[in-house]
Design a protein around this ligand. Sequence first.
Ligand code: GLA
Length: 408
Amino acid sequence: MILKKIAGTFCISFFTLFVQSQPSVALTPPMGWNSWNLFEEEVSDKLIRQIADALVVSGMANAGYQYIVIDDFWVGGRNANNELFPDLARFPNGMKALADYVHAKGLKLGIYSDAASLTCGGVTGSYNFEEHDATTFAKWGIDYLKYDYCNAPDDMVSAFTRYKKMGDALHKTNRAIVYSICEWGQREPWLWARAAGGNLWRTTWDMRDTWQSDKYDNGHNGILNTIEKQKGLEKYAGPGGFNDPDLLVTGLFGKGKSSSLNGRFNGCSLTEYRTQFAIWCMLASPLMVNLDVRNMDTAVKAILLNKELIAIDQDALGNQAAAMVDANGWLVYKKELSGDRFAICILNRSNATAAYSFNLETALKIYGQWTAREIFSNRQLRASKAVTGELAAHDCAIFMLSKAGTKK
Ligand code: GLA
């Protein structure tokens, strides 16, 4: 344990030497839509255009869902000039035309590659062609790169070196490109990802469409497994660099290919989906939805468009909530917000309805006089020394605390 701490401190100081200039992107966690779970190898120009249209029509774009990220399987190969080109059957117009379409809708376009010769899906990756590919992406008008780590060496130094190479190449293009590091939290990327130029870094394996799986270590983690793995990482999050607990399964209802493990997981309840969304907002996580935005369930849409939750996620301070209570089925988070406010989240991890009462001073270390409002029920607690209530299994409550005497 102590050795691990010393190694961690050493890594931070070592990697801090490489930190690049002030970030100009991802000052708050990126929000958008990613193609992976819905389309996998069927992703195409036609589908991406439909998604762009739907993001605008549904109000998602206005709410902040800005980045459309094309995940694995878009690559056709590398041409004689060593330039990447897309699969021409699915992207017949080329990527520049697609980026132009997406930009004309007021949205931004993201793309995917891998720090090895082949991606996780087995198509061409960027290793040894970092500058070439970064230049190509910038030329196309790409605004976001998700950079995966399949088929690459296991150790941390190789990962840092490979990620930094692409980070430097992106930096050199002078285009504002969000850099998403995806090595699944296996080499403690929170210690070095910023120094490699990263704006977000995956902390865990791929998210599956289930509340809880008993097989976390095989990469089959559900919402609760993932939540448990984020504890203690709050000190690494802030403007320009965020922990990434992976995609939102909210609203997939077992329809994602990878998130359902081809039918093995058949989805979550609406309560569980709302909990995932709320906790991701508390954790200042990237909000990347995966569902079919062309055809959204009204209740799911209400969750994803909840303005107060989005504002908690996008708060200018960029704080990730810390778990203040972790006992008896309860997980209680505190997040300090701008404007002298706090958001408190109470999660009932147990499988039964239960009553709670958490003292602001002793349990949450919040002192002074506060007014609290629970956002899902609009319940006001005035001059209360505690947050109290009752929650169904896997449900959560979110209290907004403002200094007593202020209007909010
Ligand atoms: C990995 C990543 C996923 C997705 C797939 C694509 O598993 O973790 O998010 O990008 O690769 O093949």
